[in-house]
Design a protein around this ligand. Structure first.
Ligand SMILES: Cc1ncc(COP(=O)(O)O)c(C=O)c1O
Length: 263
């Protein structure tokens, strides 16, 4: 549990099952990952769930955890398609579309064949992956526009060179932004460097008054949605696949100018 989406996953699972939290970064304000040797994995668990990229806090688990024989389940809503991924390591991957896939309204699931049949028991078909798969994900009328647009995005992604090229671009974009923040002497990002997200970069000016001014002025300058999540404050640059390096450069140019005027 490395942030707010992990916490929500725990809360949502609780009515259905015994939830064992193997590790949490809460004691460190979710700014650091709990050290791997402190994880208390349950060898008989039905699955191990984690959030590789915590969208709000901007913390990421970059390597795939070894869950042994326990199926690994990942919420990849904010990092799917951001780089190459060995899907064979996972039992189940799910991702809301609205970051790297397309408009909101659909969720992409990648499920290992032997897990399709779970859960069993008396539940509505709509909640059965096996029923969804058997009907080509058209058990009910799907969100057709989101689906169509996702297809267009996948074609665009292929034209860019696929996830390998995206991975390189995303690493370069994030490195450029974190390097600037760390060297600025004005802005700061609180996440331990090895666990910094490539997709979501929260940052702060030296005080809250300047944070507010930054949000106001950067929005007026045409930089969209600079505000951090209300629970974190400050600013957040979400630099998903659709954001080119030129967008990161535009943000940094504004940040430099703002720091000069307010430093
Ligand atoms: C990592 C992660 N999980 C889950 C969600 C929730 O997605 P939805 O609002 O589509 O349920 C989000 C949304 O931002 C997210 O970033």
């Amino acid at each position: 549990m490395t942030g707010q989406w992990g916490q929500k996953a725990v809360k949502e699972a609780k009515p259905y099952t015994n939830v064992h939290v193997a590790a949490t970064g809460e004691a460190d304000g979710s700014l650091k990952l709990p050290a791997r040797h402190t994880w208390q994995l349950a060898p008989n668990a039905a699955y191990l769930h984690y959030t590789p990229n915590e969208t709000i806090g901007g913390i990421a688990i970059h390597d795939i955890p070894d869950a042994g024989n326990v199926p690994l389940v990942a919420d990849m809503s904010s990092n799917i398609l951001s780089g190459p991924l060995d899907v064979s390591k996972f039992g189940l991957i799910y991702a809301g579309a609205q970051k790297n896939i397309g408009p909101s309204g659909i969720v992409v699931m990648i499920i290992r064949d032997d897990l399709l049949a779970r859960p069993t028991g008396n539940i509505a078909n709509i909640f059965k992956y096996s029923a969804q798969a058997a009907d080509g994900s058209m058990l009910n009328t799907p969100a057709t526009f989101s689906w169509y647009m996702a297809g267009r995005v996948f074609k665009w992604l292929q034209r860019q060179g696929g996830v390998a090229v995206m991975g390189e671009r995303n690493r370069a974009k994030a490195a450029r932004l974190y390097d600037y923040i760390d060297g600025s002497g004005f802005y700061s990002n609180p996440i331990e460097p090895s666990a910094r997200s490539l997709m979501n970069v929260p940052f702060r000016a030296p005080n809250e008054t300047l944070d507010e001014l930054f949000v106001k002025e950067s929005e007026a300058a045409g930089l969209l949605a600079p505000k951090g999540h209300r629970s974190v404050g400050g600013m957040r640059a979400s630099i998903y696949n659709a954001m080119p390096m030129a967008g990161v450069e535009a943000l940094i140019a504004f940040m430099q100018d703002f720091a000069k005027r307010n430093g």
